[in-house]
Design a protein around this ligand. Structure first.
Ligand code: MG
Length: 369
């Protein structure tokens, strides 16, 4: 089987509410999504998606996804999409780095491989556990009362896990955390995500001020070096998110004993092929995982749900469903859907969802042999 055609689509995905990250540093209202269709000479079709979370969150942006695919397309046309490692190597040789642009191609190849096997991506990745994955809400930064109101809104939808954005003013962050912990319900879990925004001293100040709550902090500081400095003089659990790009980063996190938890963002690490290695290293070292997309439609959520559901329950902390924050649905009623705060995939072969092509419009680029 060979890849004979790659079609690229662009779509804006409006957020239902403007989103503020880390003390109001960032605000955005719409996501620039890229969808990618791979067609093979045997007629099997696979879909991928690359949707960065704005263009200020990570070194990634919508036009960059499409430019990367333009550069990468010639390296994968003619290859067998089921030879996933060959595809990965061809892309890495063609364009070092730029992992987020490779992820949609990788995703579409896994979709095809699953369909060829007649198994879900989760099964091809090692085996799907029956239970779905808890979805973390994403609580944007605001006053403590405003943040609790957002949590209550998600509670009504069944959410039991909340990713609470903090960062910036340390006194206010301490107030936020204390207020939200005091209003946390039994069985509910909150983790505090600073998205790199604290300095070392700010992180140490806040984490030690609220250590009595036994809270988890995600990416409190910018770099792995910063984490190394903060780690020995704080007591709280740490989750690494934005500093985890490659398997080598994962090895540094492990060798430095920097975290109990990692957040594997599929677009950031280059897709499922690279993410599954990070998953395996995490499991071998007793590190728990969140598995998330950087944003996007139900396609991105479904890809994430497949990998998440290969992780044993005790190591699988949660995921995210950006679909709940969008006003556009590219595959109405299909794919992994947010139900009572849980995201789950079934045994449908491959990804299990394709977008409604009428909603995508005409492709913005087509590459073929
Ligand atoms: Mg995070």
């Amino acid at each position: 089987m060979k890849i004979k055609k790659i079609s690229v689509y662009q779509l804006d995905l409006p957020l239902s509410e403007p989103y503020y990250l880390s003390g109001g540093r960032l605000k955005f209202e719409s996501l620039d999504a890229t969808f990618l269709k791979i067609e093979t000479d045997l007629g099997i079709v696979g879909w991928g998606e690359g949707t960065p979370w704005g263009n200020t969150y990570l070194p990634a942006h919508g036009p960059g996804v499409r430019a990367g695919i333009e550069t990468l397309s010639s390296s994968v046309l003619g290859l067998d999409p089921c030879k996933i490692h060959h595809i990965e190597r061809a892309m890495d040789i063609c364009l070092p780095g730029h992992l987020y642009a490779k992820a949609p191609i990788d995703m579409a190849c896994w979709d095809i491989w699953g369909q060829v096997c007649g198994r879900s991506i989760a099964d091809v990745l090692g085996g799907r556990y029956e239970n779905g994955t808890l979805i973390a809400s994403s609580i944007s930064t605001g006053t403590p009362e405003r943040m609790l109101a957002l949590i209550k809104k998600y509670r009504e939808q069944g959410y039991k896990l909340h990713s609470v954005k903090v960062g910036g003013d340390t006194e206010l962050d301490i107030q936020r955390i204390r207020y939200l912990e005091e209003n946390r319900q039994p069985g509910e879990k909150l983790f505090y995500d600073a998205n790199r925004s604290w300095t070392r001293s700010e992180a140490i100040t806040v984490m030690n001020a609220v250590s009595d709550f036994n809270a988890t902090f995600e990416q409190p500081v910018e770099t792995i070096e910063d984490l190394s400095a903060v780690r020995p003089i704080t007591q709280s659990s740490i989750s690494v998110d934005e500093s985890l790009h490659t398997i080598l980063d994962m090895m540094r996190i492990i060798s430095g004993n920097l975290a109990e938890i990692v957040n594997i963002k599929l677009n950031r690490v280059g897709g499922l092929t690279k993410a599954r290695r990070i998953r395996d290293l995490a499991l071998a070292n007793g590190i728990q995982c969140y598995v998330m997309a950087t944003g996007g439609s139900v396609l991105a959520d479904t890809e994430v749900a497949h990998l998440a559901q290969t992780i044993p329950q005790e190591f699988r902390l949660g995921t995210w469903a950006c679909q709940d924050m969008l006003t556009v649905d590219v595959a109405p009623g299909r794919g992994a859907r947010s139900v009572d705060g849980v995201l789950a995939v079934d045994d449908t072969p491959g990804l299990g969802v394709a977008p409604d092509e009428d909603l995508l419009g005409s492709p913005v680029a087509v590459y073929e042999i």
